[in-house]
Write a protein that binds this ligand. Structure first.
Ligand SMILES: [Zn+2]
Length: 211
């Protein structure tokens, strides 16, 4: 559901031959998809939906992990940032634009919505972060994991779906009708994620039983 469309899949061979779940079949489906306009003309949608969904996931993670209210803003920020991370493989995405060297390199190397949108990434990234930053407590990695997972869920609702089981062939599409930047994203899901974030924050802060 994030920025710059559902993916601008190159038809040439400029990218490395990484294991690809659907390859030509997916590109054909993308062209035939009702959402195919997104492929031809990337939308101007920013990562705000993913950020809000990530914040909601962060609030829920803070609630589940019994994090103190004092660190709640950090939990929201970590999860929201993690929720933007999967689209690092997409040129022009929010996170890709902020990483001058790594962003363009990954956008050139990886196919969008494949390895970075998979269970493989969900499993490997926390371990990698733990190796690089052993002082970071696991609970914070779990908060980031929740934000990252929220991104995969959002993208799985779109017509293009994600390669959740990369490198295994097959594309996951839970809903498949939520177009990037479409009415459902802005009218249904963005308000729903916002409400969920508010509810989670309220529960962590212990604001009233009505929440
Ligand atoms: Zn994505």
């Amino acid at each position: 559901m994030q920025g710059r469309g559902l993916g601008r899949h190159r038809r040439g061979g400029s990218k490395w031959r990484l294991p690809r779940a659907t390859g030509a079949a997916w590109r054909a489906r993308a062209r035939a998809s009702p959402d195919s306009a997104t492929y031809r003309r990337p939308s101007n949608t920013t990562g705000h939906t993913h950020a809000v969904a990530g914040a909601a996931a962060g609030a829920l993670a803070a609630l589940a992990l019994h994090l103190p209210a004092g660190v709640l803003p950090l939990a929201l920020a970590v999860a929201a940032a993690a929720a933007l991370l999967p689209d690092i493989d997409e040129r022009g995405s929010t996170v890709n634009r902020r990483l001058p060297i790594l962003g363009p390199l990954l956008a050139h190397t990886l196919h969008h919505r494949t390895v970075t949108h998979s269970l493989f990434a969900l499993a490997v990234l926390p371990a990698l972060c733990h190796l690089l930053f052993p002082a970071v407590p696991w609970r914070w990695l779990e908060v980031g994991e929740a934000g990252y997972a929220s991104h995969l869920l959002c993208d799985a609702l779109t017509p293009a779906g994600i390669d959740l089981f990369w490198p295994w062939p097959g594309r996951l599409r839970i809903g498949g009708w939520v177009r990037t930047g479409g009415w459902a994203e802005h009218v249904l899901f963005l308000p729903a994620f916002t409400a969920l974030a508010v509810w989670g924050v309220g529960r962590v802060l212990g604001v009233g039983r009505l929440l």
